[in-house]
Design a protein around this ligand. Structure first.
Ligand SMILES: [Zn+2]
Length: 88
């Protein structure tokens, strides 16, 4: 039974881990998930079957990053969540 994997999800988390440590904002798991949610709601999803996904993930995620400005959206998400954390 094949599963679907959203490559954008991994791309966003990679980007958060790259950019977030350089900020002074709260670093709790809630904020991390809020940032991911904010960014993923503003980016197109990119579904693949998980079997192919394992092989394609690295390649695809690099391609996604060059095609769409994930950095800008994740940067905005970090800022929005960081400036008013724990709203939920
Ligand atoms: Zn927090």
């Amino acid at each position: 039974m094949a599963e679907l994997v959203n490559l954008m999800e991994q791309t966003v988390f990679n980007k958060i881990d790259e950019m977030w440590p350089n900020t002074e904002y709260c670093k709790c798991e809630n904020c991390r998930m809020d940032i991911a949610t904010y960014a993923l709601n503003r980016l197109p999803s990119k579904y693949v079957q998980s079997l192919k996904g394992n092989m394609l993930c690295r390649f695809e995620s690099r391609r996604i990053q060059s095609n769409i400005d994930v950095t800008v959206v994740v940067g905005k998400a970090i800022e929005v969540v960081g400036q008013s954390p724990h709203k939920n």
